[in-house]
Design a protein around this ligand. Structure first.
Ligand code: SF4
Ligand code: SF4
Length: 367
């Protein structure tokens, strides 16, 4: 067996993000025993704690097991050394999607607080340039009508194009992650193909079935459920709105079923995100330590949701600063949707890939 030299920089960054003292771990294994999601064979997170203390970047960065963890915090609660393995696994997940981010620039841009002003400025500049090209970069007179400020064809066309280009670039990194998952588990052969495995883990993804196994943070399942489905419903409603805009049936009336569905989704998101923010602020002993990536996702998504509700009210009530609020909302939309592969939101993609891969090699968490 070849010894892999420790990556000291990786270890330093892991310590910084997880805010955990990795060397305090005495390898007692309590964390793996209390974890209700760890498989019986080679359970996590004890082995990950060992690799972390030895700076074994390659073993951790493309490790399906860290994605089987739902950060319930049970292991941290019971760790006799107060090491917080749940926070360590969470930090490894963040370092994983940053490592596979393509172009790499976006990964760094969204990972460093000092670069946040640039991350915000990029969408601001691009939106202004598109408005200048459309010739509508002025506040229109008369009743509020957002399409006179940002014509639908320009809005839908430019955002769809930019999203596809960025997601296309990000896909190369995500595919490399899947390839590395396979090389990290060379001893185990896939028993089922990717799409079949994906279908087999659909309940876990759609029903959040494994979340219910956690005992330390019960409310996490409800909050994730609300955010997950609120987001999916909003995506579907947005797709319908784009079609409606093309067929000149826009904006949708308040009693339109899709509009009502969209507003219900906004409420689900507000509630789900509100629970998450509350838990991170006031239940720190259970949620673990929150870091920049946690707050960036929660705050940007919360601002997107709230600004969407306010922008609707502003249109209905003809508020003076309606177009300024709309501009702010568009920047929030960009931040959450177009930067998705580079923020904690990327969990959605990486976790689904890792879950289906783990299933394909027979490495499932217990039910
Ligand atoms: S992280 Fe804590 S519980 Fe887990 S092996 Fe180390 S000391 Fe034991
Ligand atoms: S946070 Fe929960 S799911 Fe993750 S390793 Fe610890 S006990 Fe297991």
């Amino acid at each position: 067996m070849t010894a892999i030299p420790p990556d000291i920089n990786f270890k330093k960054e892991l310590k910084k993000i997880s805010k955990s003292s990795l060397n305090e771990c005495m390898q007692c294994g309590t964390c793996s025993v209390v974890c209700s999601l760890a498989p019986e064979e080679k359970p996590f997170p004890r082995k990950e704690m060992f690799w972390a203390s030895w700076g074994q970047k390659e073993k951790l960065i493309a490790n399906a097991d860290v994605w089987l963890c739902h950060q319930c915090g049970d292991c941290s609660t019971h760790c006799p050394r107060g090491v917080k393995p749940a926070d360590v696994l969470s930090a490894i997940r963040q370092m994983s999607y940053k490592n596979y981010a393509r172009p790499k620039f976006f990964g760094s841009l969204l990972a460093k607080p000092a670069l946040l002003p640039i991350a915000i400025l990029i969408p601001v500049i691009i939106i202004v340039v598109i408005l200048l090209m459309a010739g509508t970069f002025t506040i229109p007179e008369g009743p509020v009508n957002y399409s006179r400020f940002f014509p639908h064809a320009w809005l839908n066309g430019s955002f769809t194009l930019i999203t596809f280009v960025i997601y296309g670039l990000a896909a190369s990194g995500i595919l490399r992650f899947r390839k590395d998952l396979q090389s990290n588990f060379q001893g185990l052969k896939a028993k089922t193909g990717f799409f079949k495995s994906l279908l087999q883990v659909k309940n876990e993804i759609l029903l959040h079935s494994k979340f219910g196994n956690c005992t330390t943070q019960k409310s996490r399942k409800i909050a994730h459920f609300l955010v997950f489905y609120g987001f999916i419903i909003l995506l579907l409603v947005t797709a319908y709105a784009i079609i409606a805009a093309i067929t000149h049936n826009y904006p949708l009336g308040l009693t339109n079923p899709f509009k009502m569905l969209g507003n219900a989704a906004a409420l689900m998101l507000t509630l789900g995100l509100g629970i998450m923010i509350f838990n991170r602020l006031f239940k720190k002993d259970k949620t673990g330590k929150s870091n920049y990536a946690d707050w960036l996702l929660l705050i940007s998504f919360f601002l997107l949701t709230i600004s969407g509700i306010v922008v609707q009210l502003a249109r209905l009530q003809n508020w003076g600063p309606a177009y300024h609020l709309y501009f702010f909302h568009l920047v929030c939309v960009w931040f959450v949707i177009i930067y998705l592969p580079y923020t904690k939101f990327a969990h959605m993609i990486y976790r689904i890939l890792a879950l289906s891969f783990a299933h394909s090699i027979g490495r499932d968490s217990p039910d």
